[in-house]
Design a protein around this ligand. Sequence first.
Ligand code: ATP
Length: 311
Amino acid sequence: MSQAKRETVRLMSYTPEWAETGALVKRELLSVLGNRAIEIAHVGSTAIPGMKARPIIDIAVGVRSFEHIPELYGELAVLGYNHRGDTNSDSQIFLTALKNRYNVYIHIVIHGKTLWNSYVVFCDCLKKDAETRQKYEQLKISLATRFAFDRRSYTAGKSEFVRRTLRLKGDIKERSCGAVVWRKRGGRRHYLIIQNRSGHNGFPKGHMEYGESEAQTALREIREETSLEVTLDTSFRAEYRYLVDGYIHKSALYFLASYTDGNFKPQKGEVYGIWLLPYEEALEQLDYEQDRRILRQAEKRLADAEAKSKK
Ligand code: ATP
């Protein structure tokens, strides 16, 4: 197929063959991925009965982690699924196939994280809401006319609609767990502050993986982000909520954690810096008031416990 041909945008009327192909692909992927796939979903316009679409079968595969997926590329290739690279700054593994004469795009993403949620929740919004479905179809028809030979502009035109729909109708929830990590140094309590990928200073924390308990997530994230083995105190729980990108309702839960020895090391690509600071300095470094509130609570809790133990 020539490059120019591949870039054209042509909408086709719905056919049940799309759902049949989606089901076939799900079965085949499951036979290779087994329980590494938490959930596999046919997403995108070809998953919406009655909707006009570019005849591409989009399949989202939600996995716990990407760790062992590359080992399966050989087996997937035997079934016709070819690895094309990683996209969205490494948060998606992309494969393609041709099944029942249809192009199939496989998006392997972390289950429960933003990309998984956007694929699945947007699709649910279209399935549930006739008005959104009609508006989306109208938009696609007008974009396909305007950008018949410019697939990129066609796709960009849809993105704003997807974001607005997720903001107004989606109910995307994400949860992260971590801890306020501390240790005594020179007789004073010091706290671990990390600068994470998005550039703000906070505490170690991260996405709660499918099947994990809150404490397991906190311990794993602290180990991954800092290399430290800590002792968790789950009797301290502090939680807050915030909105990411205007539509992801995120909650973060923090325990207390302490360690006595070991050196911290920032996780490559995820953590830009780690500092162990006395209380007042740690407080100054934090970017968000919610984090400062949690650090005050942690300091009070530890100071009270220390005073009590001296009595
Ligand atoms: P995680 O470490 O939980 O996997 P992440 O690294 O994907 O998460 P967040 O720390 O949730 O990302 O940051 C996503 C966005 O939310 C960033 O723009 C960040 O600045 C912002 N953000 C983080 N914490 C807060 C907060 N307490 N209040 C408001 N905005 C926040």
